[in-house]
Structure formats: C-alpha cells, structure tokens
Design a protein around this ligand. Structure first.
Ligand code: GLN
Length: 501
C-alpha cells in the first residue's frame, strides 16, 4: 500500500484497521515535503518535530484503544490561522516572527480530533489576492504546472494537498480563497456559511466576510474536516449556535429530485470556452443522475465585484490599524513615535497598502455614505437575489472561476484582472449561504476545472451530497498531478526512487 496516495478518509480508515501508523504517514508526508516543496513552495513553516511527536502520541492512544475522528491524520493549516508556539505570519513581513500564544479555535478542534499538524501554508499577504503572488515570502507553484499559480489566497494549502504533501488542509475564504484555489488545483474546497466556523484566532482581513474552509481530495475528506472544525464558539460573537450534523454520514449520492438552479449571469463573456463546456457537462451529469435543472437569475451579480472591493478594503483598513509595531511582530524604530509607526507600517506590501488606502477613503467622513454605505445597500440586494432563488431551488450550480490556473506574473501588473479571478465566488461571500468547488474535468493543457455548488444558509450537507453524487459518477480526483517528473532532480536528490506522483 502506498500510503501517500490515500485520501484523508482512506488514511483514517487504514489507521483504524491498523494497516499503517500515524508515524509512518506523517514521516511519508515530511519526506515528500523535503523532496518536492523546494519546487512547490507550499509551506512557510514545517513543524516536523511537533508533527512526529503528535503522530507518536496518536499511535500510543490508538494502541490504548482510543479513537477520535482524525486520530493520527496529518494535515496543514494556512498561515493566517494562529498556532500556539508556531510562527504565524499571514504572509506578511509585518508579522514576521510573530508566535501566537494560543491556537485558533479550528486548530484546537483539529488537535482534539487527533489530527497531526504538518505546518503552516503560504498565503497572499493577509489573504488579499488570488494567486499567492502577494505573499511577502514566496509564490507557491501549481502542482499541475509549476509555471502557473495555485490560486489564492489559500494557494499554499491547495498546492500542498494536491501534491500529496498533506492529506487535507484548512484555508480561509473571504471572497473565494478556498474555492478558487481548489478549482485551480483539482481539489474539493468548501466555504461554510458565515458563522459556521469560529473566527477566533484567525487573523482578521474583512470581518463580515471571513470564514475558515477545508480542502480535501474528495468530498468525503472535506465533509470529515468540516465536521470536526465547525461548531459554536462563544469567543466569536458571530459564531452560530447551530448543531453540527455528521456531514460524512449524510453523503447519500442521491440527487433524484434535487432542484438545481443555473444562474445565467455566471456564463458571461470572459469565461474560457473549455471551462464553460466542462461546467455545463457537469450540470448535465447531475441531470442524468436525476436532478431537476432549471435556469435562474441572480440579477445583481455584476455588482458583486465593486461591492466586495468597497466592503473588504474598508473592513481591512480598520482591522490592519492594529499593526503599528507596538503589540505584534517587528518594530522599525524611527525618530519618534509617529515615525516608528510610519516605518513599521511600510512593511506592508503593495496590495495591502492599496487596500488600506481604498478602505480608508471609502470610510472617510463625507464619502462614507456614498461608498461604504451604498455598498452595504447593494450587498443586501445581492443577498436578496440568493434568498429569492433559494425559494425555488435547492442548489445553485456554476463555474468556480472563469479560467483555469493562469501563469505566474500574468496578472500581477493589473489588479483588476487579478480581482476578476473571483468574479464567480465573491457574490456568495456577500450573501448568507455556503459553497464549494468540486473537480469537473481538465482543459486541453491538462489544468483542472472546478464546478461550484452553492447552497442556502447552513445547507453544507446538501451541497456536499450533490458534489458527492457528481464525484461518484465522474471521479476526476483519481487523476493526480505528476509533480515528481517536473521536480525530478529534487526527488532524485532526496533519494526517493519510488516517487511517481
Ligand atoms: N481574491 C480576493 C481578494 O483578494 C478574495 C481573497 C480571499 O478570499 N481571502 O480579496
């Protein structure tokens, strides 16, 4: 058995049956990180010693007859999510060397479930971006083509899971940062309903939009990760006190009679023909499985991007005011207090500065009503669009991204073209629903394409089940990227003759 080729739930089951150990699986992941991550750059920090200790502890507990939902399963965590004693940078120089004294709620949940934490994955600075090119540290490569981006901002998590350097991972999705990289890397990625996940210990970008979301190779993997990390947390006042279903047990694969709405506004100019064809074929597949497919309209979709780029920067400008060299991260000493703050804040990268300026402007006296206030009003129109459509359908099906993974450097000079990468994911974040991306094929360059399934508030089980039905009919996840061939020398140097995927 090649344990590195197992999915998260397959590994969990193999561990339960005693067919392998957590130490073996963890060591295998660490070996692959050594072999391939020089080329992929998916991790910012690898917590190898801690991971092996956690793995040994998991094996001891297993030997003592214990079992927890993810006992001994190695996973990765986006570097915007706080980990006690482990540097957490949010991809920014302004948090270089910041070691949180506590774990985020979701990390505590992973640990309580028995998971092993392999390390912290790369992200665009403060999760602002769609490619990881805004990371102050490295640009992560797409395992399907090392010249291309993995998507972002949770691109490190996506690349790590796609390349087999973790069995699953957590990211955050403020405007699409789980679904879009999942689509670019051929993974399942889910953005839960706002409040489903606690934001405690997640470094804030845009507080009314931020949510943690899981990545996995399969729908069942994502269901398993969601099940252990969702739940009420009194330390996050927006956390929902709603029961957490057993998402994995709820996977029936039966979509007969499921009402699927296809929004006409999501098939517009700018979408690559191969993406449109794959997504339409996937929707036909759902129909062939017994779903009732109808066209629907979300008329305010075109305002999603401008509204998001007022609200998210406005909230970011407020959240990022705390980085002044006093409490977190490095301080650049200046001539006086003001100069110290100025020089320390110069550590922010260009995209973060752009957002802070945009946001400060949108919130400033005299412009508040015209920009931020108006954006909030249009946000409620977008929300109403979804509410109305969910009166007649159960699930909305659409592309996750208008394109497949683009080339590194292709969009860095033009912020608007970068922002357009999230045109189909942003509207959901402005609403009250949940959404996921599931692989639905490849383009002629061999790059993965994602189908987005959107559900109403707390309908995670429903969209997961629809995705599961599709995945069973079209198991695209069985195709793995050939990282070893492209990173060949690295694999050889690490003395890993068996590495083939
Ligand atoms: N790409 C979008 C942005 O730059 C969304 C990012 C996210 O979801 N964190 O804001």
């Amino acid at each position: 058995m090649d344990i590195t080729a197992l999915t998260l739930t397959e590994l969990r089951d193999a561990l339960r049956r005693g067919e392998t150990t957590s130490v073996a699986a963890t060591q295998a992941m660490l070996d692959r990180i050594v072999a391939y991550d020089n080329a992929l750059l998916s991790y910012l920090t690898v917590t190898d010693e801690m991971a092996l200790e956690q793995a040994a502890e998991a094996d001891r507990r297993r030997a003592a007859g214990e079992d927890t939902p993810l006992l001994g399963v190695p996973v990765a965590v986006k570097d915007i999510i706080c980990t006690a004693g482990v540097q957490t940078t949010a991809g920014s120089r302004i948090l270089e060397g910041f070691i949180p004294p506590y774990n985020a709620f979701v990390v505590d949940r992973l640990i309580a479930a028995g998971a092993v934490i392999l390390g912290k994955t790369n992200t665009d600075e403060f999760a602002m971006g769609s490619s990881t090119e805004n990371s102050a540290y490295v640009t992560t490569r797409n395992p399907w083509d090392l010249e291309r981006v993995p998507g972002g901002s949770s691109g490190g998590s996506a690349a790590a899971v796609a390349a087999g350097l973790a069995y699953g991972a957590l990211g955050t999705d403020t405007g699409g940062s789980v679904r879009q990289p999942a689509s670019f890397c051929g993974l399942v990625g889910l953005r839960p309903t706002y409040g489903r996940m606690s934001r405690w210990g997640v470094i804030a970008f845009a507080s009314s939009l931020d949510q943690v979301g899981p990545f996995g190779r399969t729908v069942a993997d994502v269901a398993a990760l969601l099940g252990v990390t969702a739940g009420h947390d009194p330390r996050d006042s927006t956390s929902l006190d709603a029961p957490v279903p057993d998402y994995e047990a709820a996977l029936t694969g039966d979509v007969r009679g499921l009402r699927v709405g296809v929004p006409r506004e999501y098939f517009v100019e700018g979408i690559e023909p191969e993406v449109e064809a794959a997504v339409r074929a996937a929707i036909e597949q759902l129909a062939a499985l017994g779903a009732d497919v109808v066209e629907v309209s979300l008329p305010h979709t075109r305002y999603g991007l401008p509204v998001y780029y007022l609200i998210a920067p406005a909230e970011a400008s407020a959240n990022l005011a705390r980085y002044d060299g006093t409490r977190f991260g490095p301080r650049v000493a200046g001539a006086d207090m003001i100069d110290t703050v100025r020089q320390t804040r110069a550590l922010f990268g260009p995209e973060v500065k752009r957002r802070v300026m945009l946001g400060t402007y949108a919130l400033s006296a005299g412009y508040y009503d015209e920009y931020y206030g108006r954006a909030l009003k249009v946000r409620s129109l977008i929300r109403d669009d979804f509410r109305r459509v969910f009166e007649t359908v159960d699930v909305i099906a659409a592309p996750t991204s208008p394109t497949t993974a683009f080339r590194i450097g292709e969009r860095t000079d033009d912020p608007l073209s970068m922002y357009l990468a999230d045109i189909f994911t942003l509207p959901l974040n402005l609403s009250a629903g949940c959404g996921l991306s599931v692989p639905c094929g490849f383009d002629s360059r061999g790059l993965p394409i994602g189908l987005q399934l959107i559900g109403d508030t707390l309908q995670e089980a429903r969209i997961l089940d629809a995705a599961y039905a599709y995945e069973r009919a079209r198991p695209w996840h069985k195709r793995l990227p050939v990282v070893a061939a492209e990173a060949g020398d690295l694999a050889a140097e690490a003395g890993d003759p068996e590495a083939t995927d």
